[in-house]
Design a protein around this ligand. Structure first.
Ligand SMILES: [Fe+2]
Length: 473
């Protein structure tokens, strides 16, 4: 079932009250479900530096913090990134298709940066293009005794009926809860093939002078997954790292040095906003913390971007941004409002399927609603049911050191379909061009429990059942 109003489910119980309110000219609707499941509110600490998840690979100057992301427009490319801590070392990648004896070599770009009293290691970024679709590749980095070997699988060729499963994590950090979230994702039988990460990575900025050694530990923490499947990056507020008091004036400096993305292939002028096509999905990444008003570079880029999406080729249109446009928690309430004012009407016009956000350390799913009629004088400023609108899903519940957000606006607004203050992760399973299944998995102690889910019916491609209903009418 697609999203429906929570009030409809209880309408038979609430009919008398609704009638009274309607007679009095009050438009009234009830929100959805506020989960009764309660998590421990105690803050989870960052895992200590000697934790096994941060352990160094064996060998002098061994490549560490290995991670990959998509490296081109359509999924035939990959960017492989890693850090050598002591000296430059080898900067090449040896790679080959698993069933091939032909080995290829690619060279990388190497960058370094200083941040206050921290000097980064050598950060290697190797873009490999023109790979075969749907193929397992082995890759090897490092040299001699410290060489390390990993693998990845390229996606199927872009097309409308290509099943593909995305994972979803936001605001991960590096606490014991973060480790549970990542472990549960890895054990999820849905088998996410690519991670959509909605911002706030390491939380290194929570340390004095934004201790960048915590960027390094975070890179080692996620390597166990991010070296084997692409993580599609979104920048959050914890990536800004703007601290003039200690001489750090360049926003996003550590993030932009460490996490390369294929923004030029998307005709973007900044790695903070870009898009990729992958399997049957078109993924647009936006930046909540860069200028997005009219005439700004991000605005101009998105103006050209949305009309380019060909739903015959990629039926599923997904937007990632850090700060949610719809949020009913007390914390960060309305922080996404200016972005909503700018872009919500576009998302409705182009029938974006789903907008995934983080920032709020909890889970929430909206109804299909829009609030785009307001024009200053008409007073129409209430979210209304709108089947052309996206579903907004907040998944900033990765498990970082700032803890959960538990305080909610009451009563639950009508736009909120389900909300729960727990840590967890999500999966978006595209079955074909008409159906996709989203599920959210809370961290319930040592287990992941599917606590919320939703079948998506594509609004561009009607399913055979929907067509049958339409012709009957
Ligand atoms: Fe955030």
């Amino acid at each position: 079932m697609d999203s429906t109003w929570g009030c409809a489910r209880f309408f038979h119980l609430l009919l008398p009250l609704c009638l009274i309110l309607m007679i009095n000219g009050v438009e009234f609707c009830y929100g959805g479900i506020t989960s009764t499941y309660l998590r421990d509110k105690n803050l989870s600490l960052d895992m200590p530096l000697h934790s096994d998840v941060f352990s160094l690979p064996a060998g002098y100057n061994a490549p560490q913090q290995v991670h990959i992301t998509q490296g081109d427009r359509e999924g035939k490319g990959v960017i492989i990134s890693w850090v050598t801590p002591d000296e430059l070392g080898s900067s090449t990648v040896l790679y080959w298709a698993e069933d091939s004896k032909v080995k290829n070599i690619a060279n990388s770009t190497v960058v370094t940066y200083k941040y206050y009293d921290y000097n980064s290691g050598y950060i290697h970024h190797c873009t490999i293009e023109n790979l075969e679709y749907d193929t397992k590749y082995i890759y090897e980095i490092g040299d001699g005794s410290n060489a390390r070997r990993f693998w990845f699988i390229t996606p199927p060729k872009v097309g409308p009926d290509v099943p593909y499963t995305f994972g979803l994590i936001g605001d991960l950090g590096q606490t014991f809860d973060s480790n549970k979230t990542l472990t549960h994702y890895e054990l999820n039988p849905a088998k996410g093939q690519t991670m959509l990460f909605v911002g706030d990575l390491s939380y290194a900025d929570c340390y004095p002078n934004h201790d960048n050694t915590r960027w390094d530990t975070w890179g080692r923490f996620i390597e166990r997954n991010a070296a084997y499947q692409p993580w599609i990056w979104t920048a959050g507020n914890h990536e800004i790292d703007f601290v003039p008091e200690i001489g750090e004036y360049e926003p996003f400096k550590p993030y932009k040095h460490r996490y390369f993305v294929p923004y030029r292939a998307a005709n973007s002028t900044s790695p903070l906003w870009y898009s990729v096509k992958r399997a049957s999905a078109y993924i647009i990444v936006m930046s909540s913390y860069s200028a997005y008003g009219k005439y700004t570079p991000q605005y101009k880029w998105l103006t050209n971007e949305l009309p380019k999406v060909n739903r015959s080729e990629t039926p599923w249109l997904i937007v990632l941004m850090h700060a949610p446009m719809y949020n009913s928690y007390a914390h960060h309430y309305m922080e996404g409002e200016t972005m909503r004012v700018m872009y919500e009407s576009w998302f409705v016009e182009y029938k974006v399927d789903v907008v995934f956000s983080g920032h709020v350390h909890a889970y929430e799913r909206s109804e299909r609603i829009s609030n785009i009629r307001y024009n200053v004088v008409n007073g129409e400023c209430t979210p209304m049911s709108d089947q052309s609108a996206p579903v907004y899903i907040t998944i900033g519940d990765g498990g970082n050191q700032e803890g959960l957000v538990t305080e909610m606006t009451e009563p639950q607004p009508s736009y909120s379909a389900y909300r729960e203050a727990s840590f967890g992760h999500g999966t978006f399973e595209i079955k074909n061009k008409t159906h996709a299944y989203f599920s959210w998995h809370r961290n319930q102690d040592d287990y992941a429990v599917e606590a919320d889910s939703l079948w998506f019916h594509n609004r561009y491609w009607k399913s055979s059942e929907q067509l049958a209903v339409a012709s009957y009418r």
